[in-house]
Design a protein around this ligand. Structure first.
Ligand code: SF4
Length: 102
């Protein structure tokens, strides 16, 4: 009988649409409030789902770590670190506008 623990639910959101993956051995992932959540909430376009996803983030002890990953990877999709995708996209657009032309 296999007694290993099940993979955390966050694994479904740890692979982004761009195919990047989190390192599952990063211990912050194991402390995520969304480990047992329906990961579909975090990629839904429905406002009620997004609010539910954000409610997990609001009580998540690793919100900053999660946000750092999303920002460093310029994650354009999903709820990460207490931010909906629209919020992060605005930040990314502003950063691109502020970058000096090459
Ligand atoms: S901040 Fe939100 S998306 Fe990130 S690990 Fe915590 S609950 Fe999950």
């Amino acid at each position: 009988m296999d007694v290993s623990p099940p993979p955390p639910a966050i694994s479904a959101i740890s692979v982004t649409p761009q195919g990047t993956a989190l390192h599952h051995d990063e211990d912050w992932v194991l402390r995520a409030a969304c480990r047992e959540a329906d990961t579909g909430l975090f990629y839904s376009a429905d406002e009620a789902d997004i609010r539910r996803a954000l409610s997990f983030c609001a009580r998540c002890e690793v919100r900053q770590e999660c946000l750092n990953v999303a920002m460093s990877r310029q994650e354009a999709f999903g709820v990460w670190g207490g931010t909906p995708e629209a919020h992060r996209r605005r930040i990314f657009r502003r950063e691109r506008r502020q970058r000096p032309a090459a």
